[in-house]
Design a binder for this molecule. Structure first.
Ligand SMILES: [Fe+2]
Ligand SMILES: [Fe+2]
Length: 374
């Protein structure tokens, strides 16, 4: 049985020193090389539809392709400062929060607006990098998964992820005023996913954990952003992401039935590791550093903010029911359930899992109209 130390590199989940000690090492490099350690698998079983749920996803995917260049209103003028101001108003401003003794004590409106804009730059940058991670992982799944229906579907997902990277990059370049490098915690997670030789671990790390969190994050931002272009962009991306998460759930559900408990336990530990890495990244240490304030005391303050805690836990609203559907929560002694309790996210376990709800995210005919008639 592995300890926290072995799985996440620290005994206490909330050890702030240890979290902040992880920093991005290669941010100045033009490329990042990661060993992918896997065999490319040919299959000679070409019978299409042996896995009907995957075959259905594949057919849906083929008719759901949108075009980021022509379907999104790129002529929308985005006033980033106004967006930050609107977001702030939506969150109810600072209210009567007591900031004395915190690094924010002498901040005026100018600094808060700057923070809001940096938050946008950071979030969209991490979305973009995460999308590239998905692009690479799905290409790997095409190579490594032994089932033809899964290879077909994963190939369509590669195309989806290319479009996602493309639209986030374009939004950052043309509508926002800065970029951030890959967050170090997200980087650790992407490396772990890519380095693992087992095809199902790529699915668990990417389709279930990273994309599950992305689906929830895009959903929250879609619901709250006042900016119409971003709203529409997220709507389009989410319609694909829901399918991607469903692909993970449907594939792993079948595969996990063949595994021994020791093998399942390794998957539980990997899911926990991924959850912690993603939670660590949400602390946005790079934003606070760029604002020129003491990162540690600022994060301490931010961690205690109840609104923020609520927001962070909501990001796990897709991951937990999907892990439950896969049997990961309660396998063996219910180890992952206990870990998700420690992370404060177990309350989502009975929400609808994504394999049951992905069709609700699909784009309507009118939304797909522009590319269909182009
Ligand atoms: Fe994506
Ligand atoms: Fe995706």
């Amino acid at each position: 049985m592995s300890t926290n130390e072995e799985i996440i590199g620290r005994a206490e989940i909330d050890d702030l020193e240890a979290i902040l000690a992880v920093s991005a090492a290669d941010v100045d490099e033009a490329v990042r090389a990661v060993k992918d350690n896997a065999d490319a698998i040919f299959t000679w079983d070409y019978e299409k539809g042996r896995r009907p749920a995957l075959a259905k996803l594949y057919e849906k995917s083929k008719i759901s392709m949108w075009n980021g260049e022509t379907d999104l209103p790129w002529d929308t003028v985005v006033d980033q400062e106004q967006v930050a101001r609107d977001n702030q108003a939506l969150n109810g401003g600072l209210g009567d929060l007591d900031l004395s003794g915190t690094p924010f004590h002498n901040w005026k409106e100018k600094e808060w607006l700057q923070l809001g804009m940096e938050f946008q730059n950071w979030s969209l940058s991490q979305f973009m990098h995460g999308e590239q991670g998905a692009l690479i992982c799905t290409a790997k799944i095409v190579e490594t998964v032994p089932w033809i229906d899964a290879k077909y579907y994963a190939a369509t997902q590669v195309m989806d992820e290319a479009r996602h990277v493309e639209v986030f990059a374009k939004y950052l370049d043309t509508k926002l005023n800065g970029h951030y490098p890959l967050n170090a915690h997200l980087g650790l997670l992407l490396d772990d996913i890519i380095e693992d030789s087992r095809w199902d671990m790529t699915y668990l790390g990417m389709q279930i954990m990273v994309e599950g969190l992305a689906l929830a994050a895009f959903g929250l931002m879609h619901m709250t952003t006042p900016e119409p272009l971003l709203k529409q962009l997220l709507r389009y991306v989410m319609s694909d992401e829901a399918r991607h998460v469903a692909f993970g759930v449907l594939s792993l559900k079948e595969y996990y039935e063949e595994l021994t408990y020791d093998e399942i336990r390794e998957r539980q530990e990997f899911a926990f590791e991924a959850a912690v890495r993603m939670r660590d990244r949400l602390l946005q240490q790079e934003v606070l550093a760029r604002m020129g304030i003491d990162t540690k005391s600022a994060i301490k303050f931010v961690m205690e903010d109840e609104g923020r805690q609520l927001f962070q836990t909501m990001l796990f609203s897709k991951i937990v029911p999907n892990c439950k559907k896969l049997g990961l929560l309660d396998a063996g002694d219910g180890w992952l359930r206990t870990k998700f309790q420690e992370l404060g996210v177990i309350q989502f376990e009975d929400l609808t899992d994504t394999s049951d709800e992905y069709e609700a995210f699909a784009l309507g005919k009118a939304e797909l109209g522009a590319s269909a008639t182009a």
